[in-house]
Ligand binder design. Structure first.
Ligand SMILES: *Cc1c(COP(=O)(O)O)cnc(C)c1O
Length: 229
């Protein structure tokens, strides 16, 4: 897969140079490959090139791929919209959930996380653009939700995630991610032990790293255009 290798090198170079340019520690940004609609073979090929973290949006699709890739030690991140009737599978089969957007969903994940597994790592999704069509906590409800979720057993609240509407230009991209970083810093100042900012996609990796992203979720820039589902 020469294309995959070339694209991975490009994405890694983008992350590395953004870390250097914006005074981030080398290696402080984790690349999560957003592998929705990609076949298990593409994930296997990226794993062979050193990628360990994969983000999936659809539970059934993810479980099928996980079964095919069970021989690999991968970290699975759920990054899609969460329906209540899917929380049991998510609680059992993922290491991270980035897209928790209701306290009720967090409570279900906490209740359903198997006792023999380590706590499930959680990010709360924030609806930065106040788009009604999108999930995420409104900024005004975020702090209460964060303290409630942080107190739930079987979960470890790690930080915040956002999927802002695409913006043209570095300055505008930075500005929206700066608002997520401010929410994150405020929660930390209020006493929550958070270490994760999940922000940045193919088109705005540098802006996200500049504003403190610790995880970027990258699909198209790694895999090329997504196949139709
Ligand atoms: C698909 C997806 C991504 C990756 O998007 P690209 O623009 O293809 O890099 C990141 N985050 C979430 C939540 C996604 O669904």
């Amino acid at each position: 897969m020469p294309d995959l290798k070339r694209r991975l090198e490009g994405v890694r170079a983008t992350i590395d140079s953004a870390e250097r340019a914006h005074h981030r520690a080398p290696g402080s940004v984790v690349l999560v490959a957003a592998s929705k609609a990609q076949p298990a073979s593409a994930i296997r090929a990226l794993a062979a090139l050193g990628v360990r973290d994969f983000g999936e949006n659809y539970v059934q699709e993810a479980l099928a791929k996980q079964a095919e890739l069970a021989d690999l030690a991968l970290r699975w991140h759920f990054i899609g919209r969460i329906q209540s009737n899917k929380t049991r599978d998510i609680a059992r089969h993922f290491h991270w959930v980035h897209s928790v957007d209701r306290v009720k969903i967090a409570q279900r994940l906490a209740d359903q996380r198997p006792a023999e597994l380590p706590p499930l790592n959680i990010c709360l999704e924030v609806n930065l653009d106040r788009e009604h069509s999108k999930g995420g906590f409104a900024p005004a409800e975020l702090a209460d939700a964060a303290f409630t979720v942080a107190a739930l057993g079987r979960l470890r609240l790690r930080g915040l995630m956002a999927i802002p509407a695409p913006r043209e230009g570095f300055a505008a991209q930075r500005r929206i991610y700066a608002t997520l970083r401010e929410f994150f810093e405020r929660l930390r100042a209020a006493g929550l032990d958070l270490d994760t900012l999940s922000m940045g996609m193919s088109g705005d990796i540098e802006a996200a790293v500049a504003e403190g992203a610790t995880m970027v979720r990258v699909g198209t820039a790694l895999f090329g255009p997504r196949p139709a589902r």
